[in-house]
Design a protein around this ligand. Structure first.
Ligand code: 5CU
Length: 384
């Protein structure tokens, strides 16, 4: 029928389930939840760039963000979806997942929290059949990959609504090019669990200077530049370490349109081709690396959380011929809420929808693919 509404799927939408909130409330270093005098809501303090303000909070500039029910309430998530005509959401735990436990001396420290959190997501999904799926989290710890395997198997085999895993750039503590991560990626490939790669650390505070440390620029530099650069570096390291060549069926979904990868892929490729050390190594081994472009069009998927048609067109173009099939809409809810009291429509969501419509044509088949059709196919969202 002519007036059938296209299906909108949000693949980048976070929540913190009850057990995670409890964990953050019990902490006194980031990530943490704390109340500050004069603030109506407790504050969720997550990012390394927020630490300077945490030790010196002022009423006009408290650290972090208000912990509203958008982060914790399933009803609020469904209301947000209904308000924005989102048919299906693929939920994920927001950063920093359980990464802060990877430095704990106890290798099992993240195991129970991960089991509990994944069960809470599955329970939420079961409450809204056909509308909710999730990316699970893994108890990544340098000392314990067996537990990671068990968690991944449980996600795949027993949690019906799980469609992949959300992973930060830290891996087992040494990044995603760590040779010890290879077995984890191998297991994820075997289980056909896509990795949703998401940033958290940004760039070191010094990069942004003293004025940023004092909070003068809000979160703009760390979120606008730090996050995308972190993702770009992480995926470039995976590429250089040969992860994609070793596991050619591993699927990786990059947050925020791949950071800056669509723009920098050519430069990365040129640097690889003209690097004397890599050239000599390749000659010696006789193994030829696939180009970054080949990896982009076969193993990498990009979300469409880029807020402009310019970035979205780049994401699609970088994904090769048929690249429009590899890009999927997202909102980043509950981050970037409206700032005016009583404003119910989220401008950040509208920007991402408009980007798809402007880049691909309002109502076009391609816009519908990016807004929802691709996610249904890639993440098998029809199966409950
Ligand atoms: O606003 C922020 O800090 C964030 C964050 O922490 N994580 C995210 O996914 N988006 C924005």
């Amino acid at each position: 029928p002519q007036d059938k509404q296209p299906i909108i799927v949000d693949i980048h939408t976070h929540m913190y389930p009850p057990s995670y909130i409890k964990l953050l409330q019990s902490r006194d270093t980031i990530p943490l939840i704390r109340s500050f005098p004069g603030q109506p809501d407790p504050r969720l303090v997550l990012l390394p760039s927020e630490v300077p303000l945490l030790s010196n909070p002022s009423p006009s500039q408290p650290p972090g963000r208000p912990l509203t029910d958008a982060y914790t309430s399933l009803d609020a998530k469904i209301a947000f979806m209904d308000k924005h005509n989102i048919s299906i959401s693929v939920l994920s735990l927001a950063n920093p997942w359980l990464e802060f436990l990877s430095s704990s001396p106890d290798p099992n420290s993240a195991v129970q929290p991960a089991i509990q959190i994944n069960a809470e997501f599955e329970y939420w999904c079961q409450k809204h059949p056909g509308r909710l799926y999730f990316f699970g989290c893994l108890p990544l710890h340098p000392e314990e990959t067996v537990q990671v395997f068990v968690a991944a198997q449980t996600l795949k085999r027993t949690l019906r609504h799980c469609r992949g895993v959300i992973v930060g750039t830290n891996g087992l503590g040494k990044g995603l090019d760590d040779p010890d991560m290879l077995v984890v990626f191998g297991q994820l490939q075997e289980l056909d669990l896509p990795v949703f790669l998401h940033p958290h650390y940004g760039l070191p505070n010094e990069v942004f200077g003293e004025r940023a440390e004092k909070g003068e620029y809000g979160h703009v530099l760390s979120l606008g530049l730090g996050f995308p650069m972190e993702t770009t570096v992480a995926v470039a390291r995976m590429y250089l370490a040969g992860v994609f060549d070793k596991y050619p069926n591993l699927k990786v979904i990059l947050a925020h349109g791949g950071g800056t990868l669509p723009f920098l892929a050519g430069r990365i490729e040129s640097c690889v081709r003209h690097d004397a050390y890599l050239y000599a190594k390749e000659k010696e081994s006789g193994k030829k690396r696939r180009s970054i472009w080949e990896v982009l069009k076969s193993q990498i998927y990009l979300d469409a959380v880029v807020y402009s048609e310019v970035g979205l067109k780049a994401a699609i173009a970088a994904s090769g011929e048929g690249g429009v099939e590899r890009v999927m809409f997202g909102t980043d809810h509950p981050f970037f809420p409206p700032l005016e009291e009583g404003e119910e429509e989220w401008g950040s969501v509208a920007m991402n929808k408009e980007a798809a419509e402007k880049a691909l044509g309002e109502g076009s088949k391609e816009a519908e693919m990016v807004l929802g059709g691709n996610a249904v196919e890639i993440l098998r969202l029809g199966e409950d």
